[in-house]
Write a new protein. Structure first.
Length: 476
């Protein structure tokens, strides 16, 4: 047997072993999420959130929403935030040097005027040009900050500096929140026992094609657009299965930048958001966890499975590709910044399980898949493929992926069942058939481009064009 043949065999067995471990992790995550979901639903079934909503002693919360060129949706989105059921709340919109009419729309729509305000720069940021509050008492909760453009992380740090409350909820300004979203996000912080809750994440769902009226979600529809529909399936898998399982282990590394709550004191002590990465949401969670681990302080990062936040998903290959490129770069940068934790027992579960899992099965997965495709082509050209075995493995892997998606859909139906029409769920399952042959390869290729951009030291976000909400957008 030649050296080339031995090397090829070792490579093949290595890729096979990786695939087996990945499938086993999916099975574990899927099964482990069942218990956590049931426990959460039973625990919260009898909770009366009205008492918390009206209580003057409820934890004080500041919502931070960075806005850059969000003129298409800014008025409706702010209206949604101002209508949330919570008494002790301030809503801070950070205009990050928008080039469109976002700021002017806010000034006109909410009767804003510039006020004198001294900013305490607990976290270094770009210059604040002005702070606005409304002349109308109906909008007393609203604070608008105008600042020099510095990116999302810098905008959030400005929001932290200006915020007056104990807890911060960081969201994307284009999101639509459920009316009781803050109540449910704050609850874990009130339940602190032997471990301090430093962060809490919430489910994010796709709002494309849904009916939005006056900043509120009126009716849920499965997206008509193929790309948005595939992301709906992705989000159901990621939030209902993946993050529930990791939250139960207290090993969650990522809270979506679209909707997450944080203990402000810990966030400031850890240094706030890092503007050197495009994955600032994941990086902050990892750094806050590392901060607590190094000080040997018991802590938890929790997760709320209720559908609390709805966001507009990319509807074109171009915009989706930019998003997944950025996610890949953010993951690489975060894991690189905190590489000291890799298999380091000093960081307990964080270093021995969470970090390695993200390294091998999140960061490296696109590279290994892409490399595997190249190996397959070379072996096929060389006539080294056992086609019967290959076909059997392909059918198994595709079937496993499909049934995993179907299981996630089943969990959705038996828990929160947001897509109540049978045709919606059938359409989602039919769409899932195309994932391994069209959607997933595109996502892998976008991730590979992210690796290339990392090597080229490209650090831009890329333009994320939005259609906006409303009847016209819903039909697209």
């Amino acid at each position: 047997m030649s050296i080339a043949q031995i090397a090829m065999d070792l490579l093949t067995y290595g890729l096979f072993l990786y695939a087996v471990l990945l499938l086993l992790s999916y099975i574990f995550i899927g099964l482990f999420s069942i218990g956590e979901t049931r426990e959460y639903m039973q625990k919260n079934a009898l909770t009366d959130y009205r008492l918390l909503a009206s209580s003057p002693h409820a934890p004080s919360v500041s919502i931070l929403a960075p806005a850059y060129n969000e003129g298409a949706t800014i008025i409706e989105n702010v209206r949604s935030l101002l209508s949330l059921y919570y008494s002790n709340l301030e809503v801070i919109i950070i205009n990050d040097g928008s080039k469109d009419d976002s700021l002017q729309k806010l000034i006109d729509g909410y009767q804003l005027e510039k006020i004198d305000y001294h900013v305490q720069y607990k976290i270094p940021t770009k210059e604040v040009k002005g702070i606005y509050k409304s002349r109308n008492p109906a909008f007393r909760k609203l604070v608008v900050i105008d600042k020099v453009n510095g990116g999302k992380a810098d905008a959030l740090n400005v929001g932290i500096n200006v915020s007056a409350n104990d807890y911060i909820v960081c969201i994307d300004v284009d999101c639509i929140l459920e009316q009781d979203a803050i109540l449910k996000m704050v609850k874990p912080f009130l339940e602190e026992t032997d471990a301090r809750v430093i962060a809490s994440g919430g489910v994010v769902r796709i709002a494309n094609s849904c009916e939005i009226k006056d900043g509120r979600l009126v009716k849920v529809h499965l997206p008509d657009n193929y790309w948005a529909r595939m992301q709906s399936l992705e989000y159901i898998r990621a939030f209902i299965l993946g993050r529930m399982a990791w939250a139960r282990l207290n090993g969650l590394l990522l809270i979506s930048g679209a909707f997450g709550a944080f203990d402000k004191q810990v966030a400031i002590s850890a240094g706030g958001y890092d503007h050197k990465t495009v994955g600032e949401d994941m990086e902050l969670v990892v750094r806050m966890r590392r901060y607590m681990e190094e000080r040997k302080v018991p802590y938890k990062v929790t997760y709320i499975p209720d559908p609390l936040c709805w966001t507009e998903a990319p509807t074109t290959r171009k915009i989706l590709g930019r998003q997944r490129n950025r996610w890949t770069r953010g993951t690489i940068e975060t894991l690189k910044f905190h590489k000291v934790m890799f298999f380091n027992p000093k960081y307990h579960l964080l270093g021995m399980l969470s970090y390695p899992y993200w390294f091998f099965f999140e960061m490296l997965a696109p590279v290994i898949e892409f490399f595997g495709m190249i190996v397959f082509v070379l072996m096929a050209i060389s006539g080294l493929i056992n086609w019967y075995l290959f076909t059997a493995l392909l059918v198994f892997i595709v079937s496993f992926g499909y049934f995993y998606s179907a299981f996630a859909a089943y969990m959705e139906v038996t828990t929160y069942n947001m897509y109540r029409r049978r045709t919606d769920m059938m359409k989602l399952l039919i769409t899932a058939l195309s994932e391994p042959f069209y959607f997933h390869p595109f996502v892998v290729w976008s991730a590979i481009k992210g690796y290339v951009d990392i090597i080229r030291k490209k650090n831009s976000w890329g333009e994320m064009t939005r259609q906006g909400f409303g009847p016209a957008a819903a039909k697209k």
